[in-house]
Design a protein around this ligand. Structure first.
Ligand code: UD1
Length: 376
């Protein structure tokens, strides 16, 4: 099951690995349609070489309850017809919890990939999704040691937890060479190490005018020293329009490839996986509130300033590439100045972030299915 942009990056290596075992494990790929714009969905299927979904639920947007309920209603008949042994869900989005709950209610086993991450902040919709999904799951695959500790503390049985590494990094390693051929740097007039990259979409950052304005003003100030490229998520773009925030940007409108030669904060449409990876790889620093980008910059050795007060991915902080700077404009500016005054950190590989996570997941799953078949 996959539904939103970060899900596609995580599902790609798992689908590829499952297809290699197509004779032993029959799989059906379901797309809930939580993300539906071609830049948020199709582009990712194409860039990551994911086969088209077998089933599309086309749920679209809505409030949390509407979206979750709609996914459940449309997913239940699919499960009743297919009668799978397991439903595999990834990440922490509404599609994740909706599909896990639908399966659990039908007494179908749930597998959660990227289990155990905790920000300990229930204000984040994703934190609620993480906790619920983990407690509905039979098999829990964790990406970092903290995930294992969190699950054990919450009373989840040790034999259900498997530390396998990070499928997001499987995708990154698989696509890095292909991404290097992306012409995005030249198209935007950018030189390696001479620009910064920005992504923002957390409701706590972009749905509150005061917070959002503070962040934008800090980015505009940093942009006076270093061109910043900001591919804008639809949720964020909606607020730029609603609150008339054009003045913060050096270019007008949403250009596909803005010429960002001079300094300033430049906006662009959301980018595909390969273009974004190429930009991230060559950025001098990254500002983000995304979870996945904290992990990707860690492996690439790119300084990441996370515009949040907490993270569910503490190993990226321990590795020294990521720093939590919150949303205070002064702190954002001084953190950026510090990064620019220092040398680039070395790429760091947390344990098992070696490109083999999907293989370990499918091996474990295969063993489980074999044991189950023997019992019947
Ligand atoms: C969702 C996830 C978040 C993830 C993010 C990645 C939840 C609770 N949140 O947040 O964890 O990091 O995806 O992008 O599941 N929209 C479009 N086109 C699209 C999709 C969305 O225009 O293809 C707009 C709609 O107006 C929608 C809004 O963006 O209402 C928010 O989309 P939604 O899926 O609800 O949450 P995200 O903010 O994308």
């Amino acid at each position: 099951m996959a539904g939103a942009r970060p899900n596609f990056v995580k599902i790609a290596p798992i689908v590829a690995e499952l297809r290699r075992h197509a004779e032993e494990i029959r799989t059906t790929l379901v797309h809930t349609g939580q993300h539906y714009d071609s830049s948020m969905s199709e582009a990712f299927f194409r860039d990551l070489d994911i086969p088209p979904p077998d089933i599309a639920l086309n749920v679209g947007s809505g409030s949390h309850a509407q979206q979750t309920a709609e996914i459940m209603q449309r997913f239940e008949p699919v499960l009743l017809e297919l009668k799978p042994d397991y439903v595999l869900v990834v990440g922490d989005v509404n599609s994740t919890v909706a599909c896990a709950l639908t399966a659990a209610k039908l007494r179908i086993g749930v597998i959660h990939v990227e289990a155990g991450l905790r920000s300990f902040d229930r204000e984040m919709p994703e934190e609620v999704n993480r906790v619920l999904t983990d407690h509905l799951s039979d098999l829990l695959f964790v990406t970092e040691e903290s995930g294992r500790r969190n699950l054990l503390r919450e009373g989840i049985a040790e034999e259900r937890i498997h530390f396998v590494g990070n499928v997001m990094i499987d995708s990154l390693r698989r696509q890095l060479a292909v991404a290097s051929r992306s012409p995005i740097l030249e198209q935007c007039g950018l030189s390696p190490q001479r620009f910064g990259l920005v992504t923002l979409h957390r409701p706590s950052n972009v749905d509150e005018p005061e917070v959002f304005l503070g962040i934008l003003s800090a980015l505009r100030t940093v942009g006076e020293r270093l061109p910043l490229l900001f591919p804008i998520h639809p949720r964020t773009q909606a607020h730029v329009i609603e609150w008339h925030l054009d003045e913060f940007f050096a270019n007008s409108g949403l250009e596909v490839n803005p010429e960002a030669k001079a300094c300033g904060l430049f906006r662009t449409v959301p980018l595909g996986y390969l273009d974004f990876l190429q930009l991230m790889q060559h950025a001098r620093l990254v500002f983000t509130d995304s979870g996945g980008i904290q992990e990707e910059t860690c492996v690439l050795g790119v300084p990441c300033l996370t515009l949040r007060h907490n993270t569910e991915r503490p190993c990226t902080i321990e590795m020294g590439t990521n720093r939590l700077v919150g949303t205070d404009p002064k702190k954002i500016i001084s953190a950026a100045e510090m990064v620019l005054a220092n040398r680039k950190p070395e790429p760091r590989l947390p344990p098992l972030w070696d490109g083999g996570a999907a293989t370990r997941i499918v091996e474990t799953l295969f063993k489980r299915l074999t044991q189950r078949a023997q019992r019947i």
